[in-house]
Design a protein around this ligand. Structure first.
Ligand code: SF4
Ligand code: SF4
Length: 356
């Protein structure tokens, strides 16, 4: 691990140099919102953006990805055969990703890279990507990363962590991928001996600005069945319109569906994001739906994030505290409030008192 100093005057030229070896992505403002875009034709990342409206998960895991195409034309020798679509797995780098979003990829990997199953599309895209993170100096009011196993200068999942130190960036280089990116950008000036202390001070100051928390200490010991049958789910799910904004904006949500789309005699097989908030998600061919009401679906989302994941992986909750679902839910369903209810759930079956 070493710390490199990047004078801001060398920032743009370094990125332009790195672009010869990497496909660059970064936060870009479009109308009133930021989103991660390819940085082509001299486009620069807007590092003043605190958090993009949607997470950068689509850089690794596109919302809709064609895996195969096929022909149903019986005159063709290859009819009914699936042909794999060639993809570009050349090196890419995500510049200005926030620590919560980088950690989210590490969590999502638990699902896409198991001893029994590996998703080759997700894994190849992830492994060909270098993550150049930017510490958050002034976290949003809805951010609660420090109580979600993360933080404004968290390093897990990052190859380089940048800190904005006025006229320069301090770049903590943590992996070989990170070192290769810094070399490609031509940034090599070692920071002075104070850099470590400067970074630690910035981290501490940023963490002190987080004022929003989720309590999670009781979640592991609570019996699943008791929580599942708790009476508060009616209240939690009452206003939900099952729009799916919470799951689509979430960097740690990973559910997908495979669909074939056929036109005439040609077709494609797609992997599309899906959401546990949609009625079709669990609809059986028989017409039976085990999660047939919004209460079932809202409960599933929170039980998965705050209980099943905790029990299965013993790595905290399936949430990095980015606050997107809190900001974007049109009816103000707030995971912090639900965590408080679940965590405070007592053996008597009562949720702890909530101030609204
Ligand atoms: S964003 Fe809110 S209303 Fe939409 S599905 Fe999620 S919890 Fe329900
Ligand atoms: S559950 Fe909400 S706060 Fe947590 S990572 Fe997902 S979008 Fe962010």
């Amino acid at each position: 691990m070493k710390i490199i100093q990047i004078d801001k005057g060398q920032w743009v030229s370094g990125l332009n140099q790195a672009a010869a070896a990497y496909r660059l992505f970064g936060p870009v403002k479009e109308k009133e919102f930021h989103s991660f875009k390819p940085l082509t034709n001299g486009l620069q990342p807007d590092l003043s953006c605190l958090n993009t409206r949607l997470s950068p998960k689509s850089i690794i895991y596109p919302q809709s990805e064609v895996m195969f195409d096929y022909s149903l034309d019986e005159r063709r020798e290859d009819h009914h055969q699936l042909m794999e679509i060639a993809k570009d797995y050349s090196p890419k780098a995500v510049v200005g990703i926030r620590p919560c979003d980088a950690k989210a990829f590490v969590m999502v990997r638990l699902n896409f890279d198991t001893p029994d199953y590996q998703d080759p599309y997700w894994l190849r895209a992830y492994e060909s990507t270098t993550f150049i993170g930017l510490g958050c100096e002034a976290p949003c009011s809805a951010c609660f990363c420090t109580s979600a196993g993360c933080g404004p200068y968290h390093e897990e999942g990052l190859d380089v962590l940048l800190a904005d130190a006025g006229d320069r960036y301090l770049a903590k280089v943590m992996t070989e991928k990170g070192a290769a990116f810094m070399a490609a950008a031509g940034w090599k000036t070692a920071a002075d001996g104070q850099a470590d202390a400067t970074l630690a001070g910035m981290r501490q100051a940023a963490e002190a600005k987080i004022t929003s928390f989720v309590p999670t200490d009781n979640l592991r010991s609570l019996p699943n069945n008791d929580l599942y049958n708790a009476t508060f789910w009616e209240d939690v799910s009452f206003a939900c319109i099952n729009c799916g904004a919470c799951t689509y904006s979430c960097p740690t949500c990973w559910c997908f569906d495979i669909q074939d789309e056929t036109r005439g005699t040609s077709g494609v097989r797609l992997k599309n994001w899906d959401s546990c908030m949609y009625p079709l998600f669990t609809l059986h061919g028989t017409g039976h739906n085990p999660r047939g009401t919004k209460l079932h679906r809202v409960r599933q989302r929170f039980m998965h994030k705050l209980k099943y994941f905790v029990d299965k992986y013993d790595r905290g909750i399936q949430c990095v505290g980015c606050g997107r679902c809190v900001r974007l839910c049109p009816v103000n369903i707030d995971i912090r409030r639900v965590a408080l209810m679940m965590n405070g759930f007592a053996a008597s079956g009562e949720a702890c008192a909530i101030e609204s």
